[in-house]
Write a protein that binds this ligand. Structure first.
Ligand SMILES: [Zn+2]
Length: 299
């Protein structure tokens, strides 16, 4: 890109070379593994990037069947971002199939992760983005990678990252303002799978789920029976669906326990443009509002 810039500068009139705003490099072709990450990359990259998400709106980032078009997009990418921590189990296969020569940037590197026990083994919880505190780590990693790929626009990436980090601080303050006043024993909800661990850690909310950390696992009859007992004994009153998962299991558990539907949550996938969660910011606020309203009701 440097040589391209020099060529542009050489071709331009001297007045342009002296202009205060440096000529922008060409738009970077960027691929992100799923919609939530793609949105945050857009915030940091602004007009200097063209971001394509592999998993689409309302899609499940754990399980993904890439199309030939996805392989083509990946091969053409100048920078590729994944969240990491075991979320995108399909990525290595896609890299091999596509002939992509780069190495994806893992944006969750540096997040203080939490582990959970699943089927007797400890695994890292990949759903880091459900706390905006963690998304600030993403932003720093994204800024670093974009600036390395396109140094000419580093100042813009830095300014965008600073601005968006402020937005994330506001989201965090918003969630605290909603939850901190709710009594501890009411901060309990039922969801489809364990995607709110970091959210729960930040805002002291307990999430009970029939599925484990990944939607790839299946709940056994014994797991479901245990969960039903737990929900009854802890008097969990509200249950939530997820936009990207099959709601049948959570419905079944809810029916057996008498918990009331709280609505739909956007846990790991944005909605399309017409839905209530087309950006990370809107998704987070929507989830906070839904959860806080259900907890306020369930007295
Ligand atoms: Zn998940």
């Amino acid at each position: 890109m440097i040589s391209r810039r020099l060529l542009l500068a050489a071709a331009a009139l001297p007045a342009l070379v002296l202009s205060a705003a440096p000529a922008s490099a060409e738009t970077l072709k960027v691929v992100a593994s799923f919609t939530v990450l793609a949105d945050v990359v857009k915030e940091v990259g602004g007009e200097h990037v063209k971001v394509t998400s592999l998993v689409g709106p309302n899609g499940d980032p754990h399980e993904f069947e890439p199309s030939p078009a996805d392989a083509k997009n990946l091969k053409a990418a100048e920078v590729t971002f994944v969240s990491g921590e075991g979320l995108e189990g399909w990525m290595d296969r896609l890299i091999t199939a596509s002939g992509y020569k780069g190495k994806p940037v893992t944006v969750s590197e540096g997040v203080v992760t939490r582990t959970m026990e699943e089927d007797g083994s400890e695994i890292t919880d990949p759903h880091v983005w459900n706390s905006p505190v963690n998304v600030k780590v993403w932003v720093a990693n994204i800024e670093k990678a974009l600036s390395a790929a396109d140094p000419a626009d580093a100042a813009a990436f830095k300014a965008n990252a600073a601005k968006y980090s402020k937005t994330l601080d506001e989201l965090n303050a918003y969630a605290h303002s909603k939850f901190d006043k709710i009594p501890d024993d009411r901060r309990k909800v039922l969801t489809s799978h364990d995607a709110f661990g970091y959210f729960g850690r930040e805002y002291n909310v307990s999430f009970l789920a029939p599925l484990g950390l990944s939607t790839e696992s299946e709940a056994s009859a014994a797991d479901v029976a245990k969960l039903i007992e737990q929900i009854k004994s802890e008097r969990v009153k509200a249950y939530f669906f997820e936009n990207s998962n099959d709601p049948r299991l959570v419905k079944q558990v809810a029916k057996a326990t008498g918990a009331e539907p709280g609505g739909e949550l956007y846990v790991e996938s944005l909605s399309d443009a017409k839905g209530p969660a087309p950006t990370y910011e809107k998704m987070f606020r929507y989830n906070v509002d839904q959860l806080a309203a259900a907890m306020a009701k369930s007295s």
